[in-house]
Design a protein around this ligand. Sequence first.
Ligand code: FPP
Length: 254
Amino acid sequence: MFKSFGRGQRVSATTVEHPALKVKPRHIGIIMDGNGRWARKRGLPRVAGHHAGMTAMRETIRACDDFGIECVTLYAFSTENWKRPISEVEYLMRLPEQFFRNEIEELVSRGVRVRFLGDTSQLPPYTQETVRNSLLRTEGNTGMTVNFALNYGGRNELMCAIERYAREIADGKASVGDLTEADFDRYLDTAGLPALDLVIRTSGEIRLSNFLIWQAAYAELWFTDVLWPDFSRDDLFQAISDYGRRKRRFGAVE
Ligand code: FPP
């Protein structure tokens, strides 16, 4: 059934048993890029690309769960994305509402726990309501964690973490000189999550764009020319099996 795994071949949900998935990332971060170009190629408005991107996101969450991934972080809206035309920003801000309305039951039945990274207090009230509801609906779940990075920027996350740490020092709860890299984790939005193992970016761009910059320090990076709305279960399988073939040395020697 699993003789070759070239691009375009369908990979079934049972692939979780597949030998190529033996060594798999615990935590995958995805920069979902190329929605606008996907739409332009079809003569559609940019927002049509975001809508198609939302479908690809749903399929990717399903596939991550089927492949036994513990945690996936999706870069949905960056602190820099506010610079886009207001109509596009408004459309993007409405997508979570639409997404969770359609998907929450399946997420709950899969035992998925939803989290948000980034400053959600700056989102429009209706988006904040969706954030609150999806957190509440999934808070007791113990399956895969899905993080939506929404109004997220890695530098902003680090600044906030430093501020939290500074406040603890001011309150006498932490002291200067004691902080280790492992301790610093608890001030980050990703506190308590498995270390980031693999970053996937679509659309041929080869940069991190302020995504999980602390966490990505030792992550493996995987880039593809595929535009995000076309990203499939097969592409994810390729990324994960490629990860399984990498030698991770973390600066040491073999
Ligand atoms: C980047 O492509 C994509 C985004 C800024 C938005 C990604 C959002 C989704 C896929 C859906 C999110 C949905 C929820 C529910 C959180 P781009 O627009 O920069 O593409 P381009 O580089 O081709 O213009």
